[in-house]
Design a protein around this ligand. Sequence first.
Ligand code: PRX
Length: 664
Amino acid sequence: MTAQSGSIESVLVENRVFPPSEATMEGARIKGMEAYQALCDEAEKDYEGFWARLARENVVWTKPFTKVLDESNAPFYKWFEDGELNASANCLDKHMGTPVENKTAIIFEADDGKVTKVTYKEMLERVSQFANALKAEGVKKGDRVIIYMPMTIEGIVAMQACARIGATHSVVFGGFSAKAVHERIVDAGAVCVITSNYQMRGGKELPLKSIVDEALAEGGTECVKSVLVFERTPTACNMVEGRDKTFSQALEGQSTVCDPVPVGAEHPLFVLYTSGSTGKPKGVQHSTGGYILWANTTMQWTFDLRPEDIFWCTADIGWVTGHTYITYGPLAAGATQVVFEGVPTYPDASRFWKMIQDHKVTIFYTAPTAIRSLIKAADSNEAVHPKNFDLSSLRILGSVGEPINPEAWMWYYKNIGGERCPIVDTFWQTETGAHMMTPLPGATPLVPGSCTLALPGITAAIVDETGNELPNGSGGILVIKRPWPSMIRTIWGDPERFKKSYFPEELQGAYLAGDGAVRSEDRGYFRITGRIDDVLNVSGHRMGTMEIESCLVAKSDLVAEAAVVGRPDDLTGEAICAFVVLKQGRPSPEEAPKIAKALRDWVAHEIGPIAKPKDIRFGDNLPKTRSGKIMRRLLRSLAKGESITQDTSTLENPAILDQLGDAY
Ligand code: PRX
């Protein structure tokens, strides 16, 4: 929380309202605002009773819980603590002997268009066999396993197999660097790494295993005893004798039956690293019981899931959206889902629309960045316009990861949803585990650009810097007032940072989301105004400014000092802007583009291509106060290309501002 929270802009009033149509309300799980309100009232009257009811209805327990919420060591809350369950059994075994057993669980479409289908029964066999392979490698309950895999059925199987034996997985997005993989292996103390020889994206074969090798060549990785390698392509990769095995070698002779290991409700199902306001990513630790409960429940509520639906979430399993709405939620809810390996622009920018048509997708869940880039593509090339495709199977659309601007919302609503499909704009975070605020298709009147209201049981509010609730219409800090089952339990290995980051004393025990928000005067609808900390949201990906700064400064042969800020960008939401002081002094205009490229390549190598600064500006120094503090608000104005109207009298070196005008 910083002083910036006071300056959150009040957003424009949005007058368009789209109430649910009769067709959408017909048969809806939560039908009409009265039904929504009834659930909210139930939670308000008896908070623990509400969650206990849902936990009994939506989770299969091998040992029923007797306690619901333990607040004795707040903010280290415990939910359903004496209950026992297995997450994989809640996604697979529970469907055996029901009509879901032989239903298609996954329709996988590869980068090259090849389609593979797997039923629930087959998934159970594949997950069980993989779980046996992990056991044979010595992986056991409580161990951590790093998964660095492309979007494949095998990636989902690997995650489920860890859950089946009670191992805690930590998935690293396939676009992250060797250094990022290394940091996560060391921080998590992983015993095993599951990866792939290569990944296919946009027709290109990109290496993964060699990046794991590079990570494992660094110190602190002695904990890793085995590496399992999926052969995604026939191309050979380096294999280390005694440590590495291909999937075929590991699975050979393993039984397709493996009893799920019951774990306590609080057992860590996974740790997922995300960016915070310091240079070091945080390992967000999630529980098993509370997480599965909310993944399954929100899958049903938010998407009004029905047995015949074909659900498609376009996220990657490397992000939380892929965890909750690909690996766990859809399977726990017994849905048929599409899983896509590739990118939306290959072979051309109509790939998503063609896939919706081909697979008769009914629920489509994607990110505003994807929508914005596909709008741009459709505007410039008729052939990839969604109007050329039959999208009539669609029933519900979803948006996630960043604020959706009303123009993109309207385009999505008209061109993809045919003005027929409600858009659920779901606000949540890696830390919240699952949806927090979202419209409900059969109940909530929609307002473009607003995530509307909190789900029943979620106590979202807007407060000032001392934790006092603000009236509708005033921008402030978004908090969740009471603990909820799928919340982050701690930061892996750093409980102090957990407390400080999310439960600062001033906020009187509320969870600090890190976002600013405003509620509309009329309906009390929430609209997220963006992060209030040093975290940027670039194409729906979270990036810490400090992380990129530390990375730039680590290029010590070139860089003396660096500061990173965000600026609005039409396509990516926010863009990364780096202000750099070189050791050699300011480069000439001829030299500058070359150095900028070298710095971008460096950041891509150290963190991953998603962290590359879009703009790099060079100066002899950074604008600082006399006490040496970098004046970031000036940098933000410069990044936006605004003329400086702020008071610069406290600046040590006002002339510097003129040098920082050119972006490379
Ligand atoms: O700033 C908010 C934004 O994404 C952040 C969480 O990022 P991450 O943990 O990577 O999870 C993304 C997927 C859930 C939030 O703090 N954000 C997420 N969803 C929305 C959003 N901002 C506005 N509207 C949303 N629907």
